[in-house]
Design a protein around this ligand. Structure first.
Ligand code: ATP
Ligand code: MG
Length: 392
């Protein structure tokens, strides 16, 4: 039996956005993700995209799996294609829905008729098909108020479609419809989650990572690259910038009070990240910080870091507990990579007694002594970029 995939995006998501752009971007994203699986026919109507596999070998499970990682999709349904003829709809529905009826405790039928020339009206379709299904599956009663499954009949221009049940999509907005941001990606649990959360709101994410060889190893960098590669599942193709940070950290150690290391280091990171953001045409920075999690994540510390930022800094994990962040990290499959025990440049240079409530003027004075201007320019100049692409 021929099947298609119906992808629905919620009208809610269209509020305040240009609907045309939203649809175009979503279409493009879907096509890009599915292209490696074979050829498909696409059509769209009324907040639904119809995806028809044009090759026998295409596995619909794999199609659905990929679609579940495309932001902007509210629900995904697998439907059976019927002639626009009630007899065909009836006979196909009875056999196509066999599996769904095996586990259902009750059902109802809903019909939608985009093609008003179809000879039966929606209530007639519901009644007739409901009767046929009740006859075929006598153990499953009709319940119009609280049905176990809802059988949908969709009468469109060229075909009719029958389906039951829907799969939850990734939600959010299509990538790129909200602009671009640069994610400060460490090897930890939080920053990949932060990137995912911003991507979900339609922000195209690029990543920047700071390394301090020989204090940090090649293996630690490889871990972050693995994270970035994994993030492309949801975030699409990603630019990854690797910044040489050793010179700055050594200077910090030489010239600045130890209790300020972390804050100063974060300010340096922000200054460099802003330069890269300009090149990348990203309008905001993103971090994985959560308030109170560590010494550098107090409000006072954030005041001191943000004082060097001319662009907004998004911290989508800010109000989350570690357990909530971990839950998302598991869902997006970054958790197991993040917990590999490799050092980060932050941890290598962690002071024994960091200043928990730093004062901005003291921090600024300490930074003066470091004379970091040229080092920052060298770090920016020495930054290398790589592109990670979604798995083909
Ligand atoms: P994460 O789990 O994301 O590593 P964390 O709780 O360990 O966060 P910190 O080490 O204080 O917290 O880092 C806070 C944020 O600073 C990170 O979420 C990340 O956005 C950024 N960051 C830290 N280290 C690096 C690095 N080496 N390169 C790029 N960004 C970094
Ligand atoms: Mg960390």
């Amino acid at each position: 039996m021929k099947e298609v995939i119906l992808v629905k995006y919620g009208e809610m998501a269209l509020k305040g956005l240009n609907k045309g752009t939203f649809e175009d971007v979503l279409f493009k994203q879907i096509k890009y993700r599915l292209r490696p699986l074979g050829r498909f026919g696409y059509s769209g109507a009324q907040s639904t995209i119809y995806i028809e596999p044009l090759e026998e070998t295409i596995q619909l499970d794999e199609v659905i799996c990929r679609l579940q990682k495309v932001f902007g999709i509210a629900t995904i349904c697998r439907a059976c294609v019927c002639e626009k003829d009630f007899e065909d709809i009836r006979s196909k529905a009875v056999s196509y829905l066999e599996e769904a009826f095996e586990t259902a405790d009750s059902f109802k039928v809903e019909a939608k008729r985009a093609d008003k020339s179809f000879p039966m009206k929606s209530p007639d379709i519901c009644r007739e098909l409901g009767g046929a299904l009740a006859e075929a599956y006598p153990d499953v009663p009709v319940d119009v108020h609280n049905p176990g499954i809802t059988v949908m009949v969709d009468i469109r221009d060229t075909n009719a479609y029958v389906y039951a049940g829907k799969i939850k999509g990734a939600g959010g907005l299509p990538l790129g419809t909200s602009g671009k941001a640069l994610l400060l990606l460490s090897g930890g649990i939080d920053s990949p989650v932060a990137g995912y959360m911003m991507a979900k709101r339609g922000i195209k994410v690029a990543a920047i990572h700071f390394v301090s060889p020989p204090y940090t190893s090649d293996r630690a960098l490889l871990k972050v690259e693995q994270l970035c590669a994994k993030m492309t599942d949801y975030c699409g193709d990603m630019h990854f910038y690797c910044v040489p940070f050793t010179e700055i950290q050594e200077q910090l150690k030489r010239r600045c009070p130890e209790e300020f290391f972390t804050i100063l280091m974060r300010r340096m990171m922000m200054l460099i990240a802003q330069e890269i953001a300009k090149k990348e045409e990203a309008l905001a920075l993103v971090t994985g910080e959560s308030v109170g999690q560590v010494a550098s994540q107090t409000i006072q510390a954030m005041v001191c870091t943000d004082a060097v930022c001319k662009c907004p800094v998004f911290r989508p994990c800010i109000g989350m507990d570690k357990t909530e962040i971990i839950e998302i990290a598991r869902k997006i499959d970054t958790f197991d990579i993040s917990i590999q025990p490799y050092e980060d440049c932050c941890t290598v240079f962690t002071p024994k007694h960091p200043k928990i409530r730093p004062q901005l003027d003291a921090i600024e004075a300490a930074q003066e002594k470091g004379d970091f201007g040229e080092m920052i320019a060298r770090a920016v100049a020495g930054t290398e970029m790589k592109t990670f692409r979604i798995e083909r």
